[in-house]
Design a protein around this ligand. Sequence first.
Ligand SMILES: C=C1C[C@]23C[C@@]1(O)CC[C@H]2[C@@]12CC[C@H](O)[C@@](C)(C(=O)O1)[C@H]2[C@@H]3C(=O)O
Ligand SMILES: O=C(O)CCC(=O)C(=O)O
Ligand SMILES: [Fe+2]
Length: 353
Amino acid sequence: MVVASSPTPNRIEKINSFDVPIIDLSCKRSLVSELVVKASEEYGFFKVINHGISKDITDRMEEQGLNFFAKPALEKRQAAPPSPLGYGTKNIGFNGDVGEVEYLLLHTNTQSISQSSKSISNEPLSFHTQLKKKLHVFLFLEKNLDSCVVNDYIEAVRNLACEILELMTEGLHVHDNKCVFSDFIRDIDSDSLVRLNHYPPYKDIMDTSPSSQTNRIGFGEHSDPQILTILRSNDVGGLQILLEDGTWVPVPPDPIAFCVNVGDTLQVLTNGRFKSVIHRALANSVKPRMSIMYFAAPPLHACISPVPNTITPEKSSLYRPFTWSEFKKTAYSLRLGDTRLDLFKAQTDENFA
Ligand SMILES: C=C1C[C@]23C[C@@]1(O)CC[C@H]2[C@@]12CC[C@H](O)[C@@](C)(C(=O)O1)[C@H]2[C@@H]3C(=O)O
Ligand SMILES: O=C(O)CCC(=O)C(=O)O
Ligand SMILES: [Fe+2]
């Protein structure tokens, strides 16, 4: 079914109520890996059930998030502005994107922050200032979040991300190293992040009738720059994915599933076979949505290029090699909805034409 909707003023958009793939990880491994590859190629998005992450771990993490966002604004602002780590409200990134959202962005490698703080006195002044800010946010969060709960959650979603990445290599028949993707995430220097987004119900000053329940952009359309994102939310919808035919598909909230989406880096690692899915989140005027994302990323120095068996005589490498640090810097210098991968295309005769 296709219906019209207008989350942004003056724009009619097609919404398609198609069911996103749900993959049961407890099924036969060869079948699961085939389904994971199929969904990553077709949509760059799927849900997983029977993933092995206990309800206790997700409930406790959700409780941490809700407690944090319930704090008075003045208190939360002690971890602001996001640089990019820390607490932010309405402004997303550094280039003018805004949405009906407040959020907390954390590095998963808190050790690296406390480690680097030890070298603070030997560093140049600008680094010193940046590090002091990072440390300030880190200490604030240590005080305001239960680090055991957060670490348990991170460990659980990291393991799930690695499991899914290994199913992907199996399904792609990368025989020489089944950990070719997951090794990036397991690396001690992995640049993975955790984000908590809170979309409070906004007040519609124009229309107060209960029959009019409109939506507003909470988090605008974009793809995630990393390898893979593992997302879960409370029981309030809002997430949508964009299909290649230009229709937006709402992803119903699901208390037992995790959503998985392919990021830009995995599109490159698979030489364009897997699609980095464009998605967005809408806020509503009725119920607060809270989502928690784990963005699985390589270490900053890691070199990214398509894995060998995705390059064939018929399909040469679509992208030039780059480091995650180079790609991240470019992504963060652009707007949310900008296409960054085009800037990393290989120079072929076709691209010159
Ligand atoms: C506008 C931006 C926000 C973002 C950095 C960027 O310049 C473009 C990518 C954005 C994004 C999307 C996925 C993640 O939520 C995020 C943390 C990331 O790595 O890339 C955000 C960035 C952000 O909010 O700082
Ligand atoms: O909050 C959501 O549901 C999606 C947010 C998102 O896509 C992101 O933070 O990158
Ligand atoms: Fe995203």
